[in-house]
Write a new protein. Structure first.
Length: 333
C-alpha cells in the first residue's frame, strides 16, 4: 500500500523525544513492505501557525504521493487536516488520549471530532479505556473503533542486567506536570526514607521538586537514551492522574523493570501483578505502599518482559496493516 502518515508529533532535531510511538509504527510498516510518506510536525514550538503549516504540507504530499490510504495520529486537529489534505482517500485515525479528553470537554472540538469520526473508515484507540471514553462523547464512534496500542520495540528495549544491589532506585519518565502526578509521587517517596528517585523530563513543576532529599532531576533526554536510565533503575513509576496508555511503562517492562502504575486508564490492561503494582493516583499512602511492594519484586523481572512481549510493535503493526488494507479496499470497521 501507499500510506500517508499525518501527525502533529514526530521526532525531530529540536525535539527528538516527540512522538516516538508514531515513528516506530511508521518504521514497522515500511519493514512490512509498504510505501510510507510523512506529513508531520517534528517540534513543539510554533504556536497555532503550526496547524496551517501541517495542512499545507499534508496537501502537497498527498497530491504528489497519491496515497491509497491516509493514517492520521490524533483526532483533532490532525484528523481534520488529513481529511482535507486527501479528499476521497480512505482515512484511518488513531486516538491517543488528550484528543479524546478535549472532545469531551469542549463543544467546538467535540463537533469537529464527530465530523472526523464520520469521515473515517476506522478509528483506532490505543487502549480499551480510551475506546470507552471516546464512545461516551462521540456517538459516531460506536461500532467504528478498534483497540490497537502503540506497542513496544522489543529490540530497542531489551532485557537489561540488574542495577547495582542496595536500596531501591526509582525512576519516573515523563513531563513534570500535574497530570503526571509528580508531586504526589515525590511526597510518597519521601515517606519511604530509603533509596533514590530520578525524574527524567521537564515541565512547570520542576521548581517544586528541586532540592528534595534523594531526588535527582535530569531534564529531558532523547528517546534513544532512555535505556541508559532504565539500566540504572530497579522500579519505573508512573502514577499519573490518568494514563490513556502508558508507553514508558511498557518500555520499562520490556527491559525487565518492575513498575508502579496508575489504576486510571490503560496500564490496567497490561501491568500484571507479577510485573508491577497498580495504585490509586490520588492516595499518597497507596503510592508509597506501591513503591515499597514494587521494590520487593525480582531484579530484573522476567515476568515484566513476558507481559510486555504481547505488545510487540511488529505484532501491532501487522494488526494496523489489516485495518489500513481494509480501509483502502473501501471496507468499514
Amino acid at each position: 500500500m501507499r500510506i500517508l502518515v499525518v501527525s502533529q508529533m514526530y521526532p525531530g532535531a529540536e525535539d527528538p523525544d516527540l512522538g516516538t510511538f508514531v515513528e516506530q509504527f511508521e518504521v514497522a510498516l515500511r519493514d512490512r513492505g509498504h510505501a510510507v510518506e510523512l506529513a508531520v510536525l517534528d517540534r513543539r514550538a510554533g504556536g497555532k501557525r503550526r496547524w496551517f503549516e501541517l495542512a499545507r504540507l499534508a496537501r502537497a504530499v498527498a497530491r504528489r504521493f497519491r496515497p491509497e490510504v491516509v493514517h492520521a495520529h490524533f483526532l483533532f486537529p490532525t484528523g481534520a487536516i488529513a481529511a482535507f489534505a486527501a479528499p476521497g482517500v480512505p482515512l484511518v485515525v488513531t486516538a491517543h488520549g488528550q484528543d479524546v479528553a478535549n472532545a469531551g470537554e469542549h463543544l467546538s472540538i467535540r463537533l469537529a471530532t464527530r465530523a472526523v469520526v464520520r469521515r473515517a473508515a476506522t478509528v483506532i484507540a490505543v487502549s480499551d479505556y480510551l475506546r470507552r471514553r471516546l464512545e461516551e462523547s462521540v456517538p459516531e464512534a460506536h461500532g467504528k473503533v478498534e483497540v490497537i496500542d502503540s506497542g513496544v520495540d522489543l529490540e530497542r528495549f531489551r532485557p537489561l542486567p540488574a542495577a547495582s544491589d542496595g536500596p531501591p532506585v526509582y525512576l519516573c519518565i515523563g513531563s513534570l506536570t500535574e497530570r503526571k502526578n509528580v508531586l504526589r509521587l515525590a511526597d510518597a517517596f519521601g515517606r519511604l526514607r530509603d533509596g533514590t528517585l530520578t525524574f527524567v523530563g521537564e515541565g512547570p513543576l520542576r521548581s517544586q521538586l528541586e532540592g528534595r532529599a534523594g531526588i535527582t532531576l535530569t531534564g529531558a533526554i532523547p528517546h534513544d537514551r532512555v535505556p541508559e536510565q532504565l539500566a540504572r533503575s530497579h522500579v519505573v513509576c508512573q502514577p499519573s492522574l490518568v494514563e490513556p496508555f502508558g508507553q514508558a511503562l511498557l518500555e520499562a517492562m520490556a527491559c525487565e523493570r518492575s513498575v508502579v502504575a496508575t489504576r486510571v486508564g490503560g496500564p490496567r490492561e497490561f501491568v500484571s501483578p507479577q510485573a508491577g503494582v497498580l495504585v490509586d493516583p490520588f492516595d499518597e499512602d497507596d503510592i508509597a505502599a506501591g513503591l515499597h511492594r514494587a521494590a520487593a519484586l525480582p531484579r530484573p523481572n522476567p515476568a515484566a518482559r513476558e507481559a510486555a512481549a504481547v505488545h510487540d510493535v511488529r505484532r501491532q503493526a501487522a494488526r494496523m496493516e489489516e485495518v489500513l488494507l481494509r480501509a483502502a479496499r473501501g471496507q468499514q470497521a
